[in-house]
Write a protein of this length. Structure first.
Length: 387
């Protein structure tokens, strides 16, 4: 037998043995219930039954379970992503693999409903009209792909954000519309505005938005260094990386403002002494260090004994701010703690109580609607603002 035939035989035998051992391992070793890297629960094998066989659910369970429980699954996924990338694929699992290690979520016009977006703008305008004594502000965060177009792969297609911004400006009259795109674009050369492996923006982008907010409110913004930013993790792999992981992808650094006013924090009725959940740094979802994640209601009551600062003598430090938001606000709100006596954060995905009763309870001076733009356009829960 010549060397070439022997090499082919060895390779063929190795592949067969690998598949056989992996197949046996599916049923010998206990299955994983949760994939931290993919941030989802995995399919596990269910005991066979006649009923499950007849309705074909057993066959589906075996197929899905084999995919999810395959030995070395995480490694194989990275290998598959690398092969697709090397073959020239730029869109893998709904993610664009951009330049300089940037990942981008592929959101198209077809993913957004024009009717839903229009409805949400009208709901917001109706709220602002009904509660004219509350200053209402809509501040949409631009999508990562819009601000970092030069990092996108060639011929990448994204939704028409300019159209959404123009529509908001035309519809909203009782609501103040804050467009922060020029501010962020101006700082893009000097600051990393978005995580490379995640769709969220960084602390520095949130700080730029904070400076803009202060300029529109006549607040005196604090220099970033006075918040004493601290890197709390150098191994942050975000949700976009989880969809298309590669072996050579470098993790992001997660930096937080460390010096913040003392406050009493209540999350869904449970009191805590910090806006940070440090346990999250030991998990895959490190962005969840802000408040421990997303919850229906979070109350931030500034400690009156520690408000004896120059800002506390001003009227703004006594005001109540209501923030209706998605997860982008979690890294923005900490900067606002310098300027408000009380901040209430609501996430309509998890908040189901009558909103009108909450307004009567807290009597906010100002309401901030704070979403990443495509999230707001897709939000199916925003009608709750009129409940």
């Amino acid at each position: 037998m010549n060397v070439q035939k022997l090499s082919c035989l060895i390779f063929f035998t190795a592949v067969i043995l690998t598949l056989a051992i992996s197949g046996i391992a599916l049923f010998v070793f206990p299955g994983r219930i949760y994939s931290e890297n993919e941030n989802r629960y995995l399919t596990t094998f269910k005991p066979p039954s006649v009923t499950a066989f007849l309705d074909t659910s057993m066959q589906k369970n075996i197929t899905d379970g084999a995919n999810d429980q395959f030995a070395g699954r995480d490694i194989w996924i990275k290998f598959a992503t690398g092969l697709q990338h090397a073959a020239g694929f730029q869109d893998i699992g709904g993610v664009y693999l951009g330049k300089n290690g940037y990942y981008f979520e592929r959101i198209l016009d077809s993913d957004l409903s024009d009717k839903r977006y229009t409805d949400n703008l009208n709901y917001l305008e109706q709220f602002a009209s009904s509660y004219s004594d509350i200053k209402t502000v809509f501040l949409p965060v631009p999508s990562k792909g819009e601000l970092l177009k030069k990092e996108l792969p060639a011929n990448a297609v994204l939704y028409s954000s300019d159209r959404l911004y123009a529509q908001a400006e035309n519809v909203l009259h009782q609501t103040s519309f804050f467009d922060i795109r020029p501010v962020l674009s101006a700082s893009a050369e000097n600051r990393q505005l978005y995580f490379k492996t995640d769709h969220h923006w960084t602390m520095e982008a949130a700080y730029s938005a904070y400076q803009f907010w202060c300029s529109r409110h006549d607040f005196a913004s604090k220099p970033l260094m006075q918040f004493e930013p601290e890197c709390v993790s150098e191994k942050f792999y975000g949700t976009l990386y989880s969809k298309a992981p590669e072996f050579h992808t470098q993790p992001d650094r997660l930096v937080l403002p460390d010096l913040l006013p003392q406050a009493d924090i209540t999350i869904n009725g449970k009191k805590t002494d910090s806006i940070y959940d440090w346990n999250k740094l030991n998990s895959k979802d490190k962005y969840g260090v802000y408040f421990g994640g997303n919850f229906g209601r979070i109350d931030i009551e500034m400690n009156k004994k520690t408000m004896e600062t120059e800002n506390s003598k001003k009227q703004d430090s006594k005001q109540t701010l209501l923030v209706i938001k998605d997860s982008f606000a979690n890294s923005f709100v900490p900067f606002l703690m310098e300027h408000y006596g009380r901040i209430i954060m609501l996430d309509f995905r998890y908040y189901n109580k009558p909103f009108s009763e909450l307004i009567q309870e807290i009597k906010p001076d100002e309401a901030l609607i704070f979403y990443e733009m495509s999230n707001f356009a897709q939000d199916t829960d925003f009608f709750k603002i009129l409940k």
